[in-house]
Design a protein around this ligand. Structure first.
Ligand SMILES: Cc1cc2nc3c(=O)[nH]c(=O)nc-3n(C[C@H](O)[C@H](O)[C@H](O)COP(=O)(O)O)c2cc1C
Length: 197
């Protein structure tokens, strides 16, 4: 899409497992967004290591939040939209991802999100997907209609995030086309001051 080249997109991913598979899906999404010209940052809960939620970011005096929390806040604030990559743990999202998301609030507002889910089996994490839509709506980053569930995560990507199934490379195009439409439209609205800041 022509107006996507300067979109700032944050990819959020949270699995704390040592053998986590979803990092490959997160890398795939990052690569796809980069190829489309986005300014992309991956926020991986394992890299930023926020504490279990005590104070939300907004509860700290300016400049007093832990450094990692501050860095994530700055990335989310600067973003035009978010792609959230989630596994399915017992039909919901991983605790590490929920903990990451819950630290922030106004940083999400009036920006869209796209949902990528995955699972070891054939269902692609669709039960977590439904759950995640409700969470993102409450956070103020409504999710776009098209989502991107990935089945059989172990064999879907290589370690660098290249897709190993033709259908994945095909489906992601419609998903990201739609994400860009919403991200660009809401950015225009924010610039024009339609949304409160
Ligand atoms: C605690 C736990 C709960 C799980 N629950 C589900 C589930 O409800 N549905 C499902 O399809 N897979 C489930 N799985 C399997 C995951 O889809 C699979 O392990 C996946 O690789 C986990 O993502 P990760 O490797 O990025 O942490 C579960 C895995 C774990 C560790």
């Amino acid at each position: 899409m022509s107006n996507s080249t300067d979109l700032k997109t944050v990819v959020l991913y949270g699995s704390a497992r040592r053998d986590r598979q979803g990092i490959k899906a997160a890398r795939f999404v990052v690569r796809q967004l980069e190829a489309r010209g986005h300014d992309v940052t991956l926020v991986d809960s394992q890299e930023y290591e926020l504490p279990m939620l005590d104070w939300m970011y907004k509860e700290y005096e300016p400049g007093q939040a832990p450094e990692a929390m501050q860095r994530v806040a700055e990335l989310l604030s600067a973003a035009d939209g978010f792609v959230v990559v989630s596994s399915e743990y017992n039909h919901s999202i991983p605790a590490a991802l929920k903990n990451l998301l819950d630290h922030y609030q106004s940083e999400y507002h009036y920006k869209p999100s796209g949902i990528v889910t995955y699972s070891a089996g054939p269902f692609g994490g669709v039960r977590a997907l439904a759950n995640l839509r409700a969470i993102l709506a409450e956070l103020g980053t409504p999710s776009i209609p098209t989502a991107f569930p990935v089945s059989h995560i172990r064999t879907a990507f290589d370690d660098e995030g290249n897709s190993l199934e033709v259908s994945i490379g095909q489906r992601v195009v419609a998903f990201l086309d739609e994400f860009e439409w919403y991200a660009a439209a809401l950015r225009r609205a924010r610039i024009r001051g339609i949304a409160r800041t």
